[in-house]
Design a protein around this ligand. Sequence first.
Ligand SMILES: [Cu+2]
Length: 288
Amino acid sequence: MLNLIRHRTLFFLGMGMGLLSTAHAEIRQTSVWWLPRNVTMFGHEIDFIFYVILILTGVTAVAVFSVMIYFIVKYRARPGVTAVHSHGNNTLEVIWTGIPVFIFLALAIYGNEQWTQMRLKTPPADALPVAVIGEQFGWNVRYPGADGKLAKMTASSVTKENPFGVDAADPAGLDDFTTYGELVFPVDRPIRLYLGSKDVIHAFYVPEFRLYQDMVPGRIYDFVWLKAEQTGQFQLACNQLCGQGHYKMFGKLSVVPQGEYETWAKGKAPQPTAAKETSTVPVVMADR
Ligand SMILES: [Cu+2]
């Protein structure tokens, strides 16, 4: 009886925690055994190459195992049948080396090109800059104000009190606003992320964005960008085991129409009187 009560308590505790942690994120429309839907621009190419590799390796696996099983049965040891020694076949060797070389080269060239587009090119100039600094165990988020510019961030200036490592003297930062664990992105607009960490290695990971980037302390990553093409509610999860509270390190992420984003940003922006205060008080103090 006691056991049953214990089990029930555990069950409901688990249910409660599960509900809490997924309350915001959308319910998966696709099966949990397959990919979640993709909502970003780069996701199409990532999914495409995923399926190409899956089909190639799938067909290869079936072919190799079929031949292997056939040979195992056909050439099994039997009384009265002697082994045949083969010294190989040059034509066959050239074919089964040449085809994989061609496939691997094609995959590498395609992957390299996509990676260049995603990470090595300068993000579009009209992108909305958003800074996300991971900490044990949550997300510090910083948005630009009406000027559309974030305060200059320096990785070496990141401290406990100044999670974004901003320069307090930079006027671009005076109208910035911050949230904790809450992100809103306008749909169909490029977003340029500035990613960093206050303490240990965290990772910015949103499966529906097909986006994953480690955040190593001592660096601000300013080359990651994305463009969401569909609206929805998502979960920003930390994807590096970063300590005991890692499991609860998730942020609410919404992709909304541009107008809705503007309304939200206006509501979060520092009020005129507060903005005055921030010009005398170091910005770092106004962050929290
Ligand atoms: Cu983390």
